[in-house]
Design a protein around this ligand. Structure first.
Ligand code: F3S
Length: 277
């Protein structure tokens, strides 16, 4: 079976950075999963004894605590410092940016709108930086704006880093029609788009597409849905065990892409297995 890799795939800058940081702190633990990939988390545990806290109450004084790439809520960070833990911040700088924007704009009496998934840890973290979290609103689409009552007539918007720009524009266009001032910050991360554009192109030319990544990773799920638009035989797997050889039957060219949290060694295992089919 011929295999073609997307021109851009896998780990982004923020994830590579977080892993490198974690590898530098043997016997530490992360607050929340460091990245959205269980296999890589297991590798860090086995090779570097990097553990995982289930909750803040597990942290003891002098513990070394690594903050995950998606960040944590402001009060959690404060509590960690109060506990006298050694805090190592592996939050991706592209996630720190919307946190700081929300902090600054809400201090300047702007109501805050976040485009993203309310339940995603990144959004929970960004939201927590608002001066008045009741006036930090989270939407997934422009229709969600109907139910919002902003406190001020000045609105500042940020987006979860992995969201689609087209939908962000729809939301912003709807906002500007009803509000005097809208400050729009483009906090969407291009790393995701490079992988998405490459997946879109590749899925147009292959017979079958394999997307490798965590099932709870939003950018992996988006890659899968983009591939499905062009190639109905597109499958999402977390690791080599989930690869079903019957998907490759009667196919000649298999495209492969991987989410931003997928380590190269997992991708390589899948490539080798498919090449030998
Ligand atoms: Fe950061 Fe963008 Fe990756 S926000 S964690 S570089 S997808």
């Amino acid at each position: 079976m011929r295999v073609k890799l997307a021109s851009s795939y896998g780990f982004c800058f923020g994830v590579k950075r977080a892993i490198k940081i974690a590898e530098g702190y043997h016997n530490s633990s992360t607050m929340g999963p460091l990245i959205h990939n269980q296999n890589e988390i297991d590798r860090l545990k086995n090779d570097y004894n990097v553990g995982l806290y289930n909750s803040l109450s597990d942290v003891k004084p002098k513990d070394t605590v690594i903050i995950r790439t998606h960040g944590i809520p402001k009060n959690d960070l404060k509590e960690l410092r109060q506990k006298d833990a050694k805090v190592i911040n592996a939050t991706c700088p592209f996630v720190t940016t919307p946190q700081q924007i929300v902090k600054k704009m809400s201090e300047e009496n702007y109501s805050i709108l976040i485009f993203g998934d309310e339940n995603h840890p990144e959004v929970q973290g960004v939201k927590s930086y608002g001066k008045d979290t009741d006036d930090v609103h989270v939407v997934l689409c422009k229709d969600d704006l109907e139910k919002i009552n902003f406190k001020y007539d000045k609105i500042a918007t940020v987006a979860q880093t992995t969201r689609k720009k087209e939908i962000y524009l729809e939301i912003v266009n709807a906002l500007i029609l009803k509000n005097k001032e809208v400050r729009v910050f483009n906090t969407i991360c291009d790393a995701t788009f490079e992988n998405q554009d490459a997946a879109r192109e590749l899925s147009k030319e292959v017979d079958v597409m394999i997307v490798i990544g965590g099932k709870n990773s939003s950018n992996t799920k988006q890659l899968h849905s983009i591939c499905l638009e062009n190639c109905e035989d597109s499958f999402l797997i977390e690791n080599i065990e989930e690869l079903d050889i019957s998907w490759l039957k009667n196919k000649t060219l298999c495209g492969i892409t991987a989410g931003a949290s997928t380590p190269d060694w997992i991708i390589q295992q899948v490539v080798t297995k498919i090449e030998n089919v």
